[in-house]
Design a protein around this ligand. Structure first.
Ligand code: HEC
Length: 142
């Protein structure tokens, strides 16, 4: 089956480059093993895949799949606190701001998942992506 169009943040934009496994750092581990899987739970649960056979929604189809979105959303919200512990935030103004945005977006995603609102979830997925990219533009060196 030939895939023609993908309208999914997970499939279009991801992955951010993940360093090789031996390059461990505190931030690497938090990003690669906590924030990334949490975000994928959202990005992989909204949008469409359009193929020659037709259009397929990535929308969750059962409680277990919705539960994964709720879990991801909650992890994203709570990760704001983890990013803002002083040894990580170093009191940097924009850092704290971006972490705050993650908290907000996570809460919105949680609400959308509770309401099984896939359209909102797709928009929130785009917002989430913007927050990741904005912080990386400033703080992700190389
Ligand atoms: C508050 C700032 C900030 C936010 C917000 C942020 N990141 Fe990051 N991210 C970083 C920094 C700093 C690095 C570089 C870490 C390193 O390599 O030491 C990074 C690196 C990464 C990496 C590469 C990890 C590696 O080292 O291989 C991935 C993947 C990643 N982030 C995913 C995400 C995702 C997904 C989001 C949004 C849900 C996100 N990040 C939001 C600061 C942030």
């Amino acid at each position: 089956m030939k895939i023609l169009v993908l309208l999914s943040f997970a499939l279009i934009f991801f992955p951010f480059n993940v360093a090789t496994e031996d390059e461990h750092s505190d931030m690497h581990d938090l990003m690669a093993h906590l924030l990334t899987p949490a975000s994928e739970a959202i990005w992989e649960s909204s949008g469409y895949v359009i193929t020659e056979e037709g259009e397929f929604s990535l929308e969750p189809t059962n409680e277990e799949e919705w539960e994964r979105v709720l879990y991801g959303a909650k992890v994203i919200t709570e990760s704001a606190y983890l990013l803002n512990i002083p040894s990580r935030s170093k009191n940097r103004k924009e850092w704290v701001l971006f972490a705050g945005l993650l908290e907000e977006v996570g809460e919105k995603a949680f609400e959308a998942a509770e309401n099984k609102d896939v359209e909102s979830l797709f928009e929130i997925g785009a917002e989430l992506y913007q927050v990741c990219v904005s912080c990386h533009q400033i703080y992700m060196t190389d």
